[in-house]
Write a protein that binds this ligand. Structure first.
Ligand SMILES: *Cc1c(COP(=O)(O)O)cnc(C)c1O
Length: 364
């Protein structure tokens, strides 16, 4: 069946009417991939599934919120939208605004945007403005501008973004035929996505579509971990630029998701994120961007600390965990190249090439 986008797929749960003109790029319905190798490597009891959100049209889960936010902005008569972004929101906003035929302006922290994301916002025709400041400062500025001008704010403080993003939870439950996973691990930046997933799981549970709700496990980068520390971080640092956020807009709802689910929000170091990022690519064939790997990094950390040892799975002999891989690895090729083994250059000569491959060691 053709993918008509997540608003059409989950229309009963979305704030649209029969007259709403849907702005869609056929987002959503992303694959849920079993991670056999990772599961085995991390904990014998775990059954890990990867929700590969990098396969959305602009390469990140932001498209789930953006189809809804741009649809509503158009419905409400806006001719322009604006956002602050660590990169993926701007890429998504630019694409959906282009599709809707409205204007888009994005504010990004200077020099901190992965190249793929910047190129997307530019080629889709957004007005891209780099500010000398971080994401949190950019968001404060955009909120002020949108308050005083006829421009729709499409950051995740826009409640329609959350409505669209909650569809990720519906898809997971539908893929598992009416059961939610035991746990869900995911990155936490501005904290909209963890809030949205919890809303989705809760709505589906209330509607009788899901037997249960998962325990939510959120992970911030250690240099940008305001929720873990309990206070805003003035100068957030991490190579996982998508979660380089010091004062999350959805702080309260993320804590509610954590507490109502009996979960936790913890932090992982850049080294732990990088190791998980490499492992996903090298042992599962799944390439996500650095921030996306923080959920897997968190699972490795928790597992090593014995977190899963006394947990009993609800539905089988395995503890089922979904990891939300929020963005595609191609967004940030620089991080991939910096995290992998260097290429080698040799003469175009069979013996030398075999020597460089180390073939004897490989086939022996
Ligand atoms: C936006 C983003 C996040 C963080 O999501 P929040 O809703 O801000 O917590 C994580 N990973 C990627 C790839 C993102 O684009």
């Amino acid at each position: 069946m053709r993918n008509e986008g997540l608003i059409n797929r989950y229309r009963d749960y979305m704030p649209v009417s029969d007259d709403t003109r849907i702005v869609t790029l056929s987002e959503g319905s992303t694959p849920l991939i079993p991670a056999y190798n990772l599961s085995k490597a991390i904990h014998p009891k775990l059954e890990i599934w990867l929700k590969y959100e990098g396969l959305n049209p602009t390469g990140s889960f932001k498209d789930r919120g953006m189809t809804m936010a741009i649809t509503k902005a158009v419905e409400e008569g806006y001719k322009a939208v604006m956002c602050a972004s660590t990169g993926n929101t701007s890429a998504s906003a630019a694409a959906y605004a282009a599709r809707a035929g409205i204007r888009c302006a994005v504010l990004i922290p200077e020099g901190k945007i992965a190249l793929g994301k910047l190129s997307q916002a530019m080629i889709h025709g957004a007005k891209v403005i780099q500010i000398r400041g971080n994401f949190d400062e950019a968001l404060t500025q955009v909120r002020k501008i949108c308050e005083h001008n006829p421009i729709a704010l499409v950051n995740s403080v826009n409640p329609f973004r959350i409505e669209g993003q909650k569809s990720g939870a519906f898809e997971i439950v539908d893929d598992f035929e009416g059961v939610a996973p035991d746990f869900q691990a995911m990155p936490v930046g501005n904290a909209g996505n963890i809030s949205a997933y919890w809303k989705g799981y809760t709505e589906y549970h209330a509607a009788g579509k899901s037997k249960n709700r998962p325990v939510m496990l959120g992970f911030q980068a250690a240099g940008s971990a305001p929720i873990v520390l309990g206070h805003p971080v003035e100068q957030p640092q991490t190579f996982a630029t998508a979660i380089r956020i010091g004062n999350p807009a959805s702080w309260k709802t993320a804590e509610a998701a954590r507490d109502e689910s009996g979960g936790l929000i913890d932090m992982v170091t850049d080294d732990e994120i990088r190791a998980a990022y490499q492992k996903l690519a090298a042992t599962e064939g799944v390439f996500c961007e650095p921030a996306s790997a923080s959920g897997v990094a968190g699972l490795i950390k928790l597992s090593a600390a014995g977190y899963f040892d006394d947990k009993t799975p609800a539905h089988s002999d395995k503890i089922r965990v979904t990891c939300i891989l929020t963005g595609h690895g191609l967004k940030d090729p620089d991080s991939a190249i910096a995290s992998a083994e260097e290429t080698v250059t040799v003469d175009n000569d069979e013996a030398k090439i075999l020597d460089a491959i180390g073939l004897e060691a490989v086939v022996a």
